[in-house]
Design a protein around this ligand. Structure first.
Ligand code: DP6
Length: 321
């Protein structure tokens, strides 16, 4: 089982596509209410991998999941095929990314099932090759992905345990439509933005600062920085060629309402946005009631999912077949 995670400082752009080495490090927290559970078994008589995700068979032999199983087979020097069943605990068509929790759960389950003895760091590096953000769902709590410059130096590790800071992360969903440009394709456009190199020049300072603010639990400065980072990420997306407009009218509406809620009513809550229209609102748990009652009055929000900081991927006693 592995949680999804939300990045405070984002991963966007790769310096090595094949290894999924990012152009910069990132910092995130694991989410308690968005997760993937996966069972993997390597079976002797199977001719091809049998993969089922959320009740649907994945037939494509060259699927990302199949390729990830190949990496694990190579490490273990086996050609045994696998049966894989995987389920998200959140609606698949919601537009919420499942690749982080999905590849983290697949990596841990496959490694344990085949009997590989790998460290957390090695499992994180391996998960990264399936989907970059998945490496951050392996360690516990608040996590930093160190950019690195080769396979073994690019991995994520815990910087603070989940209990370090009582934050609430409220995911707000507006529609059921899956996003049009998948993150992998979108990421490849990062270098076409005239602002991308400017972003990279300052990113290490941002990473240093966010870690300090998390350490000190300085909520307002932390909130301002994560909002700035989300808007900077979308400035890169909007100025790529072709441009990537992930926002919907509801995204902009909620951004403005959240700024008003802060300024007019003094409720300390900030937003972040990934490659999609939905938003993650972040507050200290002491303010959660006010945030929820405000969100309850907004009928353009279809669904909210409340999360706390959470542990990383782990083996649980639940088998899906
Ligand atoms: C905007 O990890 O989904 O959510 O490595 O191509 O699978 P791939 O990309 P992915 O990208 C996540 C991008 C992001 C920011 C973040 O999570 O850091």
């Amino acid at each position: 089982m592995a949680p999804s995670n939300i990045a405070f400082i984002k991963y966007w752009g790769k310096k090595d596509d094949r290894l999924r080495l990012p152009t910069n490090g990132s910092v995130s927290v694991n989410l308690s209410n968005l997760s993937t559970t996966t069972t993997v078994e390597f079976v002797r008589h199977l001719r091809t991998d049998q993969i089922e995700v959320n009740g649907v068979a994945v037939d494509d032999m060259n699927s990302r999941i199949g390729k990830h199983l190949d990496r694990i087979r190579q490490l273990f020097k086996t050609d045994l095929r696998a049966k894989v069943v995987s389920k998200n605990n959140f609606p698949t068509a919601s537009g919420l990314a499942s690749s982080a929790s999905g590849f983290a759960a697949l990596t841990l389950a496959a490694v344990k099932s085949i009997g590989l003895d790998l460290s957390e760091r090695q499992i994180s590096s391996l998960a990264r090759q399936g989907s970059g953000s998945a490496c951050r769902s392996i360690p516990d709590g608040f996590v930093e992905w160190r950019e690195g410059n080769d396979d073994s130096s690019s991995y994520a590790e815990s910087i603070f345990p989940a209990g370090h800071w009582d934050l609430s992360i409220v995911v707000c969903l507006f529609s059921d439509s899956p996003k049009k440009t998948l993150t992998t394709a979108g990421q490849n456009l990062a270098f076409t933005s005239p602002f991308f190199l400017t972003r990279l020049k300052k990113i290490n300072d941002k990473i240093f600062t966010i870690k300090k603010l998390i350490e000190k639990r300085s909520f307002d400065e932390f909130g301002q920085l994560i909002e700035h980072e989300a808007l900077e990420l979308h400035a890169i997306m909007l100025t790529s060629t072709p441009p990537l407009i992930y926002w919907s009218p509801e995204t902009v509406k909620l951004m403005k309402l959240i700024q008003e809620l802060r300024e007019d009513k003094g409720v300390p809550v900030y937003f972040t946005i990934d490659a999609g229209a939905h938003m993650h609102l972040i507050c200290e748990t002491g303010s959660l009631k006010k945030v929820i009652s405000f969100l309850g009055r907004q009928d353009f929000i279809k669904q909210t999912i409340i999360n706390k900081p959470f542990s990383g991927a782990r083996v649980i006693n639940q088998h899906l077949f």
